[in-house]
Design a protein around this ligand. Structure first.
Ligand code: AHR
Length: 501
């Protein structure tokens, strides 16, 4: 199939916020315990953090990480995780029917995040708790000293405040499964009052209010309208979550879920605009897509297991084995975030280690990078700068969730510091290669800097501890640049990162 693409230097969507490539990690399963933290592991440092996992984390150049949950946060007492480790209580985690030992709390996590070069984005518990505890947590974390909570932090060996600049006002409060679930108006009021208090303590912080848990929730999208009507003036972001799957093994319909996500983003952007207009406000609220990923391989089994098990400690949970098809899907989804970076400023892959994660680590054993690690890494490394508009002219298909879905999925980013344009391209066609002709307007006489490709694998192929590098990006061939045009033949079901300057 022949496809032509047009990109022009002067036609930008938006400057991409680096935080589009953020991540999320929760106290659940083996994400923290035996994921990032495993004292006694041959690769653990003096603090108990696994350095094999740390190396893979660092290579992602993650700007920010959301912590400590997720559903977990809605019944979490943050004070359980401070002070001498031997005095910390073991608690029942209501979200995942597990035992929480509290051996990692805010101060340990801060050490890990600093070492990884990642900013913390912290969530407060608005399920079982409220404004008072949120305010104490912020005081402990961000206040320099001379008060009860800030001096307690100093006693715990942390003299300087962390100055955390991103705070999530609860998690998925629209979900009936959430401990302390609320109605929209009720939550909107609580979020507003909490935001007002947090704003006094942390005037420059970004405050993130909960939107829908996904776009199939019965309350979506009225939830966003009702919540924002209560708190629009005091929050900066509204969070969206969405997980994806292909249980029916229908590749093209799976890939088309990216278009459905575009509609989701558009609908929430419209809702934000509606409330902004209603309030006659000049202030903007942006989207924080703070949980996204593929989650279906073991989902049903897992959900049966954890609902009946006997409160295990750091159990195997949601340890999805991602395949090549998932990597192609994640590449397309990241393209969508880049194309919508005018409204989506922050996005977090959910999660980072072991639990629905690009990195896996066996207890006492090796760590490895899953297939989805690679498109996430390539977007994080090269997807910074100006997102450019992309015009695609080529064949399309109709799917269950959208019509006219282009077989070619493309995003383009101009790194204006280095003056490099990166094209992220997925040929979603099952059998046909794409004869591609990209016109790059306004960039003059460019040359090929680099071409990476992921192609030629069985859609169900995975990486694993015994084959950690079975699926990785390889140097590409067959793409040339001449007279401001990028031309080449892209195999069916392939992912390409083409960089020109
Ligand atoms: O990431 C796993 C879970 O998915 C999170 O705890 C929750 O927020 C979402 O439902």
């Amino acid at each position: 199939m022949r496809i032509s693409v047009t990109v022009h230097r002067d036609l930008a969507v938006s400057r991409i916020d680096d935080r589009l490539y953020s991540a999320f990690i929760e106290h659940m399963g083996r994400a923290i315990y035996s994921g990032i933290y495993e004292p006694g592991h041959p690769q653990a440092d003096a603090n108990g953090f696994r350095q094999d996992v740390m190396r893979f984390v660092r290579e992602l150049k993650i700007p920010a990480i959301r912590y400590p949950g997720g559903n977990f946060v809605s019944a979490y007492n943050w004070e359980d995780g401070i002070g001498p480790k031997e005095s910390r209580p073991v608690r029942l985690d209501l979200a995942w029917r597990s035992k929480e030992t509290n051996q990692v709390g805010i101060n340990e996590f801060a050490i890990w995040a600093k070492d990884a070069g990642i900013d913390m984005m912290l969530a407060v518990n608005l399920g079982t708790r409220g404004l008072a505890d949120a305010r104490n947590f912020v005081e402990y974390v961000n206040h320099p000293g001379g008060t009860y909570w800030s001096d307690l932090r100093r006693e715990h060996g942390v003299s300087e405040p962390y100055d955390v600049g991103m705070w999530c006002l609860g998690n998925e409060m629209d979900g009936p499964w959430q401990t302390g679930h609320k109605e929209a108006k009720e939550y909107g009021r609580l979020a507003d009052e909490t935001a007002k208090a947090l704003r006094i303590l942390a005037p420059k912080a970004d405050l993130i209010v909960c939107g829908s848990s996904n776009d199939q929730m019965p309350t979506y999208p009225a939830w966003e309208r009702e919540v924002l009507e209560e708190c629009y003036d005091n929050v900066d972001y509204i969070s969206l979550h969405k997980y994806f799957g292909n249980s029916s093994r229908d590749t093209l319909n799976y890939f088309a879920k990216v278009e459905e996500t575009g509609r989701y983003i558009q609908a929430i952007a419209g809702t934000i605009d509606y409330v902004k207009a209603k309030k006659r406000s000049k202030k903007d609220v942006y989207i924080c897509f703070d949980e996204w990923n593929v989650w279906y391989h073991n989902r049903e089994e897992d959900s049966k297991r954890w609902r009946t098990w006997d409160w295990p400690e750091a159990p195997h949970l949601l340890e999805e084995d991602y395949n090549f098809e998932d990597a192609l899907f994640v590449a397309c989804l990241l393209n969508e975030f880049i194309r919508r970076s005018d409204r989506v400023r922050i996005a977090c892959i959910a999660q980072l280690v072991n639990v629905i994660a690009p990195i896996r680590a066996e207890r006492g054993g090796p760590a490895w990078r899953q297939t989805i690690y690679w498109p996430y890494q390539l977007a994080s490394l090269h997807g910074r700068g100006q997102a450019l508009r992309v015009g695609v002219d080529g064949p399309t298909y109709d799917s269950l969730v959208a019509d006219d879905v282009s077989y070619l999925d493309v995003s383009a980013v101009h790194d204006d510091k280095e003056d490099v344009v990166t094209l992220f391209v997925v040929n979603r066609h099952l059998t046909e290669s794409a004869e591609l002709d990209i016109h790059l307007g306004g960039f003059g006489d460019v040359r090929l800097v680099d071409h990476r490709v992921m192609a030629g694998h069985d859609l169900r192929a995975t990486n694993g501890p015994d084959k950690p590098d079975a699926i990785t990006p390889q140097p590409g061939s067959g793409v040339g640049v001449e007279d401001g045009r990028v031309r080449g033949s892209l195999a069916a079901l392939s992912y390409h990162v083409v960089r020109v300057a």
